[in-house]
Design a protein around this ligand. Structure first.
Ligand code: ZN
Length: 219
């Protein structure tokens, strides 16, 4: 437990230690982070609309579940509740990958960098936590390839597509030259604007083989 944790997170860790209750419905679990019913729903609840493919400016983007039910609940726990265990549940239940999708061993898993202020506020970087969980599951290395510039970007939540695009212009800068395949991960794919800005930046650093993988899709 980190000493820098804020009080609500600290209290939650004390009241609900690892594995004591289901992350989604709160029922007492058998030492796992999801009760059997929630795990079952995550595995089979959306059988007719499992993963979804989108083309984002020539990049293949895969989302593993619709943004509802248990999958949505886990994303929100990770994003707003700073529950890092939710990332492992999402990665372990949602992977293996959609059929036909595979990655060469030199692929680097990366994530959308979070503003430093929000990282301090939320105690964890949920994007990085999820990327590392996916990377562990896939047996691939994970590291930051993008940084946020000082350009001020307001939160993307609640903004329309055009305002989202303008809001993020020039925000992401590459950290190194990229001559290897990249797997960009994120929690939820909505308009795809954030992913597109990251793709532009990764391409400017030389990346020619990019794939996007998100836990859920919202639209
Ligand atoms: Zn449950």
């Amino acid at each position: 437990m980190k000493m820098s944790m804020k009080l609500p997170v600290l209290l939650k860790e004390i009241l609900y230690p690892e594995g004591a209750v289901c992350l989604c419905c709160g029922t007492v679990s058998d030492g796992t982070r999801l009760c059997p019913a929630c795990r079952e729903e995550l595995l089979y609840g959306d059988m007719l609309s499992f993963w979804r493919f989108r083309d984002l400016s020539g990049v293949s983007a895969y989302s593993l579940r619709p943004h509802r039910g248990v999958a949505r609940s886990l994303v929100l726990q990770l994003k707003h509740g700073a529950v890092s265990g939710a990332a492992n549940e999402l990665a372990s239940v949602l992977l293996p990958l959609p059929e036909g999708l595979s990655f060469s061993p030199d692929t680097v898993v990366t994530f959308v960098p979070m503003p430093a202020s929000r990282r301090r506020e939320r105690c964890i970087d949920h994007g990085e936590t999820l990327a590392r969980a996916f990377a562990d599951r896939l047996g691939l290395p994970c590291r930051p390839l993008l940084a946020r510039t000082k350009v001020r970007a307001h939160t993307q939540e609640g903004l329309g597509k055009t305002r989202r695009a303008a809001n993020l212009k020039g925000v992401f800068q590459p950290l190194e030259p990229i001559h290897f395949p990249v797997l960009l991960t994120d929690d939820v794919l909505t308009t795809g604007t954030t992913a597109l800005r990251c793709i532009e930046s990764l391409r400017s650093a030389g990346a020619s083989e990019i794939t996007v993988l998100t836990a859920t899709y919202a639209i």
